[in-house]
Design a protein around this ligand. Structure first.
Ligand code: G
Ligand code: G
Ligand code: MN
Ligand code: NA
Length: 254
């Protein structure tokens, strides 16, 4: 209960920030994008993970306002970077389940793009499989409207949803993000490596971009490049960082 009230105040108190984690292409090692990650510095508890507070925000009806803050802040940052000549090609923004099914999301995205004069092609929205499959008809309608705005859609935590794959051909999806639980054991050359190989092949044949997340070692990076993964993200390549430090670190590489 205390956390709920603190969360309500946090929006007013400016206690949220976004950190940015770089993404690179495997072929040339170029910086191709970043994922915006929400952070909350609690006055007493210190940093609280979004894995903890996002579900609470959903429960207490705060996710619409918080999600809108994330969209606005991410778009403003991207516009500021572009104005400063730091042209990040793509910024990925996470959406929660409730945020996705509540009315108003498409309008919020459109408004943030317009407010900050953002090219929609610079924005990717990340959704998990479970969100996508909750209400197939509603999801299809919302994805089509987002697609019509020109933003792209990524399936986050791909492979952990125990779901049908048929949605991949029906929904307007651009990117698969292979969950980091598949990446961790990949350099041991067992079934996990073959699973990742199969996901990459699946993405290739459906013309989806494939990003591996949670890359923590040089060996994992090398294996993913051998497997022809498109892009990589993870602590080995760069931790999530405050906007002020993002470019200096991201451009220096691993
Ligand atoms: O960044 P971290 O590993 O602490 O993230 C934990 C979880 O919180 C992840 O599932 C991530 O997708 C989610 N998350 C991070 N930032 C956001 C955000 O801005 N909005 C939503 N809805 N979820 C986020
Ligand atoms: O569910 P999602 O993929 O959005 O989660 C993103 C979270 O993963 C972020 O909180 C981020 O801090 C975390 N993360 C990013 N890179 C790595 C990594 O290489 N290893 C681990 N363990 N976590 C990572
Ligand atoms: Mn994500
Ligand atoms: Na993930």
């Amino acid at each position: 209960l205390a956390l709920e009230n603190d969360l309500r105040r946090a929006l007013l108190d400016n206690a949220f920030t976004l950190h940015y984690q770089p993404q690179f292409d495997c072929l040339e090692g170029r910086l191709v994008g970043a994922e915006a990650l929400l952070r909350w510095q609690h006055p007493q508890r210190g940093a609280v993970s979004p894995a903890v507070f996002v579900p609470i925000a959903e429960e207490i009806g705060l996710i619409g306002a918080l999600g809108d803050w994330v969209l606005d802040t991410a778009c403003r940052q991207l516009a500021d970077w572009h104005a400063a000549g730091q042209k990040l090609p793509r910024l990925a923004i996470n959406l929660s389940g409730r945020q996705f099914i509540e009315g108003g999301l498409v309008e919020q995205v459109a408004a943030a793009l317009q407010r900050h004069a953002i090219n929609p092609q610079w924005i990717e929205l990340e959704l998990t499989e479970s969100i996508l499959l909750d209400d197939v008809v509603g999801t299809m309608r919302t994805l089509r409207r987002l697609n019509a705005l020109g933003v792209s859609i990524a399936v986050d935590d791909f492979g952990t949803g125990y779901s049908s794959l048929s949605y991949l051909k029906d929904f307007p999806i651009d990117t698969l993000k292979i969950d980091r639980s598949f990446i961790a054991p990949i350099d041991q050359d067992g079934a996990d490596a073959r699973l990742v190989e199969a996901i990459i092949a699946l993405g290739r044949s459906l013309r989806l971009r494939v990003i591996a997340e949670g890359v923590e070692t040089q060996a994992q990076l090398q294996r993913l490049c051998e497997l022809d993964c498109d892009e990589v993200q993870g602590f080995y390549l760069g931790h999530p960082l405050p906007a002020e430090r993002f470019f200096a670190v991201a451009l220096s590489g691993p």
